[in-house]
Design a binder for this molecule. Structure first.
Ligand code: HEC
Length: 269
């Protein structure tokens, strides 16, 4: 018994120690305080968070990251950030109209319907979100060689989803003393290689929230991630509600079938 133990013990110790050593600089993911409003079968996007999140995207992220799959009108669709039941057609929603009209984009060209000339025109709800850079080279030149990815589907495109995005945004910490961070890269505890070509984009009070929510880095990160999760799957709330109705219907039908079975076979022994 002693001999077996003396063989097993070091092996066991090694099996425990090796992952612990590897874990020292491991990229950990975090969930914000209070979790995500859109998680679970009953979850739905918190509209206040979506509105604050859009503001963070528009005022901070949109100077580098495109969201090519989104148009302004999407913001006013059901369960979207600025949905208002008075305006079932989002193109009529005055707030969405203002957002589209005030977009900071290079002049948009349109055809003058009276003269047929191509002229500058103001932004419309049907416009896509503007691209921050005319092309990839301009993007690289401005960010130090790294192309900021399009954020339309980023929450679906990364393992860890919303927790990953939130953790990246809140993960810019001082590099451990044994790590040298290469030039033009920034240490991030949650990025797999730890060296990210994005400067920490958020800071306390960088965005002012109209509803009085304290504008901390964590709050901005949580809200912009909620907005990006909605953008990746705008029909999620609808899908979950439909799922619940289908379940209720199936349970109802099962009870009915059982009841009629009992009744039909009542007198048979
Ligand atoms: C100054 C430009 C700039 C701003 C502002 C900026 N980013 Fe980035 N971001 C980048 C660049 C460049 C990369 C690519 C970095 C790389 O590949 O190492 C990047 C990468 C990312 C990634 C991808 C990480 C991965 O897994 O590939 C996410 C997510 C991200 N940014 C989210 C945001 C969000 C959300 C905001 C707004 C709060 C934001 N960024 C603001 C430049 C920016």
């Amino acid at each position: 018994m002693r001999r077996i133990l003396s063989v097993i013990a070091p092996v066991l110790a090694l099996a425990i120690a090796v992952p612990a050593l590897a874990a020292e600089h491991e990229a950990k993911l975090y969930t914000p305080k209070g979790g995500w409003s859109f998680q679970g079968p009953l979850g739905s996007f918190d509209q206040g968070s979506l509105q604050r999140g859009y503001k963070v995207y528009r005022e901070v992220c949109s100077s580098c990251h495109a969201m090519n799959l989104l148009s302004f009108r999407n913001l006013g669709e059901k369960y979207g950030p600025f949905y208002d039941e008075k305006f079932p057609n989002p193109a009529d929603n005055p707030f969405v109209k203002t957002l589209a009209h005030d977009q900071e984009a290079p002049a948009i060209k349109g055809i003058n319907e009276e003269t047929g000339d191509v002229e500058d025109r103001p932004g419309l709800p049907s416009d896509r979100f503007p691209d921050p850079f005319p092309n990839e080279y301009a993007a690289k030149a401005s960010t130090g060689g790294y192309v900021p990815p399009d954020l339309s589907l980023i929450v679906k495109a990364r393992e860890g989803g919303a927790n990953y995005i939130y953790s990246i945004l809140t993960g810019f910490v001082e590099a451990p003393s044994d790590v040298t961070v290469p030039d033009k890269l920034y240490y991030n505890q949650s990025f797999p290689s730890h060296f990210l070509g994005m400067k920490p984009p958020l800071a306390d009070n960088k965005v002012s929230f109209d509803d009085g929510t304290p504008s901390t880095i964590r709050q901005q990160a949580k809200d912009v991630t909620t907005f990006l999760a909605w953008a990746s799957e705008p029909k999620q709330t609808e899908r979950k509600r439909l799922g619940l109705w289908v379940m209720a219907y199936l349970i109802g039908m099962a009870l009915l079938a059982y009841g009629s079975y009992r009744r039909v076979w009542k007198n048979v022994h």
